[in-house]
Write a protein of this length. Structure first.
Length: 757
């Protein structure tokens, strides 16, 4: 069957690409040859892309009104067959093409695609339907700061990911412009912004001791091929900026949008420290910040260091000038971005003059007595945080609003951005501040609500934003379809995502940003969210019944679903238990904290391991029934479930070692950042004085076992490593787990056997 693909002469962005994609999949799925042309006499089977009324023959055809980037599939003629696929904008046409391709049996995933063995018949007749998304904005946010994510991707890997997400009808890609990375270049008061680095400055050398080095093609370090491991600071910034600009161009060539995420009140650490010298107002009292959370990495001081808190005094002219400089650099460096997400810092704190700041804002916006800030400071039960962190974040968000109103608002920067059709999102502020936030929000801006980490927490708290949605306010929701706190466990949140979409899908919510870390592990959650974004009443059961047979086959679907539901049940349990944090492997602090063992929940580990093993048994039962093309997905989830159980048993073995070492295990453990489930500590792990010989021998044997466990975990990932993220996970376990065990073993051995003079 020969098919003509008819493009319009005045192509919308994305329509040319839609034609290429349609031509490609017609050949891949059906073996059909298609010709792309700008005009035809309609004597052959034809697919018209875009609004068919552009063509004289169909100028008077009945064509629906289409909202957002929806599309219409409509048969215009049967002899010969003519099918129109058109959206209100070019990407709508592109999404209509992907809808048709999916109906042939192709399964699109973030990590790739699955072609059908027996595709549905190729037919252009019988179509007359319009589909519009429940959410106009559907963005994904891969976390570009960790080894397991896209930090080390090539430009090709970035653009391939964007294209795969478009096939699932996500219409936006969000890049995180962190001040710890090489994404901006500016000066402030004669001081050049440091380039920073990816991975928060941690490096992953590949030496002879590196397990799995055969997968790294002779590389001496795991790093970004875009930035270049050996580049100097200026060159690294140039490469980083060029990368983001290339991604903007790529998105626009597809008709997609690119958003930039930027923490409004999180300057480079060098500038944070300099503010103590630049300040014109009295320096804050460090005692005011004794409970403030902050974490030190090689390139960044996240949160508020009590000794350098002047940067948070937004009433100081120097700090105001710095905020304007940083935001101006963002807008001027990337003027073609489609939206700027101004984020609150994750760990923030406030100053003692919050009462004065609130009084200034109240005098302008008149929110009292309806809104009482002092009263809201005591409403921590409504938040996912304890009282101290909640109050710090409320104070910090008050400073954010002050910056938005008095620093950016008076400079007219947000309005200038909005006037050129870009969007401003104000994201991450505590929902309790909404009555004040909505008054300060620039007209036309969108409020991005962060209710909790992951997907289970937001699902449980979704009622908090319903009054705003029902009032017609422009609300976007931050959803973590993966949570970094249990990053290395298989995460399924289909039921929770269903709660979110079924609750908000008919209320006019602006959209969402879906954060994810490991692309392959995000596949199932992303697939559900992609479907529910257009069909928001979809339940988890309906999704599994329709999707899993396509992925693994009808006979394997039921046991595989049972395994996935067990994983989701444990994912939720881990989210709300002391296990939260055991899978967070971002620094060398994790293993020393686990060896200290104060917060290791052995009963919780036993429960989790048992459930993961049951889930694994279900997946193994599905294996002999699985379609050959789906086996890679089944085996991937089985291997990651096995990894989770083995990882938790390693956690328990770490605690056993801590008990063996006794007080020695906490020597030198100067804690910095309390978290549920564990305590971070300084990188160096000390064992104190020489321990007695019998305990030394037992400790060395235990460490031998832990080193072996870490290597076994690496081999699980290495067995089916196919992506740069998989390689990053191998590098991270080598660096943050195995190396720490080896160093500790060497220290215990050498400190008990001093060298002879």
């Amino acid at each position: 069957m020969k098919i003509v693909i008819l493009q319009s002469i005045a192509q919308e962005p994305g329509e040319a690409y839609a034609a290429e994609e349609l031509q490609k999949y017609l050949h891949l799925v059906h073996g059909a040859e298609a010709e792309i042309c700008g005009e035809t006499n309609f004597t052959e089977a034809t697919i018209v892309l875009g609004d068919p009324r552009r063509h004289t023959r169909f100028a008077h055809v009945a064509w629906p009104e289409i909202s957002a980037d929806g599309f219409c599939l409509k048969t215009l003629s049967t002899e010969p067959p003519v099918l129109a696929i058109g959206g209100r904008v070019g990407r709508g046409t592109l999404f209509g093409v992907y809808e048709l391709i999916e109906r042939w049996g192709v399964t699109f995933l973030l990590s790739g695609e699955q072609l059908p063995e027996n595709p549905a018949p190729l037919s252009l007749t019988g179509f007359d339907e319009t589909l519009c998304p429940a959410y106009p904005t559907r963005a994904t946010r891969p976390m570009t700061n960790v080894a397991e994510g896209p930090a080390a991707w090539s430009l090709q890997e970035f653009t391939d990911y964007i294209d795969r997400s478009a096939r699932m009808k996500f219409n936006s890609f969000l890049f995180m412009v962190q001040e710890s990375g090489p994404w901006l270049d500016y000066e402030f008061r004669g001081v050049e912004r440091p380039a920073g680095d990816i991975f928060y400055g941690y490096r992953f050398p590949i030496d002879e001791e590196f397990v799995g080095k055969e997968l790294f093609a002779g590389r001496s370090e795991f790093y970004s091929p875009v930035l270049g491991a050996d580049s100097d600071e200026r060159t690294r910034k140039q490469h980083g900026i060029a990368l983001i600009r290339a991604l903007i161009r790529h998105c626009h060539s597809r008709g997609l949008m690119l958003f930039l995420n930027f923490q409004l009140l999180e300057p480079p650490t060098l500038f944070k420290h300099k503010c103590n010298d630049w300040a014109t107002l009295p320096l804050p009292d460090p005692k005011s910040f004794e409970n403030a959370i902050f974490t030190v990495t090689p390139t960044e001081e996240l949160g508020t260091n009590p000794q350098f808190a002047a940067w948070m005094n937004l009433r100081d002219p120097a700090v105001q000038e710095m905020v304007r400089c940083r935001v101006r650099a963002l807008f001027e460096t990337y003027p073609d971005a489609d939206a700027y997400h101004l984020w609150a810092s994750e760990h923030r704190a406030g100053l003692g003059d919050s009462d004065k700041i609130f009084a200034e804002l109240d005098a302008k916006y008149h929110v009292t007595p309806e809104f009482d800030f002092a009263e809201k400071l005591e409403c921590f039960e409504e938040s996912p945080f304890d009282r101290t962190r909640y109050q710090h974040q409320m104070h910090g968000d008050l400073l954010f609003l002050y910056a938005l109103d008095r620093i950016l608002g008076e400079s007219n920067m947000p309005h200038a951005v909005l006037s050129r059709k870009a969007a401003i999102y104000i994201v991450g502020l505590m929902p309790q501040l909404t009555p004040l936030t909505t008054k300060i929000l620039p007209e036309g801006a969108v409020l991005g609500q962060f209710l909790d980490y992951g997907a289970h927490g937001p699902a449980d708290r979704i009622s908090q934003i319903l009054p705003q949605l029902k009032a017609g306010e422009r609300i976007s929701l931050e959803i973590g379809i993966q949570d970094d706190n249990n990053m290395y466990f298989p995460q399924i949140s289909v039921e929770s995502l269903s709660t979110i979409t079924r609750t908000t899908g008919r209320l006019g919510m602006e959209g969402y940003v879906a954060a994810l870390w490991q692309i392959r592990q995000a596949d199932i959650n992303a697939a559900f969210l992609a479907r529910a974004s257009w069909h928001p009443d979809t339940t988890a059961g309906e999704f599994y019944r329709e999707w899993l047979p396509r992925l693994v086959g009808a006979e394997a679907a039921a046991p595989f679903e049972e395994g996935l539901r067990l994983v989701e049940a444990e994912d939720r349990a881990i989210r709300y238990s002391l296990l939260w944090g055991y899978g967070f492997i971002l620094t060398p602090h994790l293993i020393p904290a686990l060896i200290k063992g104060d917060n290791v929940d052995r009963a919780g580990i036993a429960r989790a391991v048992a459930r993961f093993r049951r889930a694994l048994a279900c997946m193994e039962a599905a294996r002999p029934k699985c379609l050959r093309r789906g086996l890679q997905y089944l085996e991937f989830w089985a291997s990651r479930t096995r990894f989770a159980a083995d990882w938790l048993e390693m956690v328990e073995a770490c605690a056993d070692l801590g008990m063996l070492l006794g007080e020695k295990s906490s020597s030198g453990m100067d804690t910095q950042t309390p978290q549920p489930g564990l305590t971070f500590a300084k990188e160096r792990f000390e064992v104190g004085d020489v321990i007695e010989e019998s305990r030394r021998t037992a400790a060395l044997a235990a460490l031998d076992g832990l080193i072996q466990r870490s290597e076994s975990l690496i081999h699980i990932i290495a067995a089916d490593a196919t992506t740069t993220g998989d390689l990053g996970q191998i590098a991270a376990i080598n660096h943050f787990v195995r190396r720490v065990f080896c160093d500790l073993r060497h220290r215990i051995s050498s400190e008990n056997h001093p060298q002879s003079p």
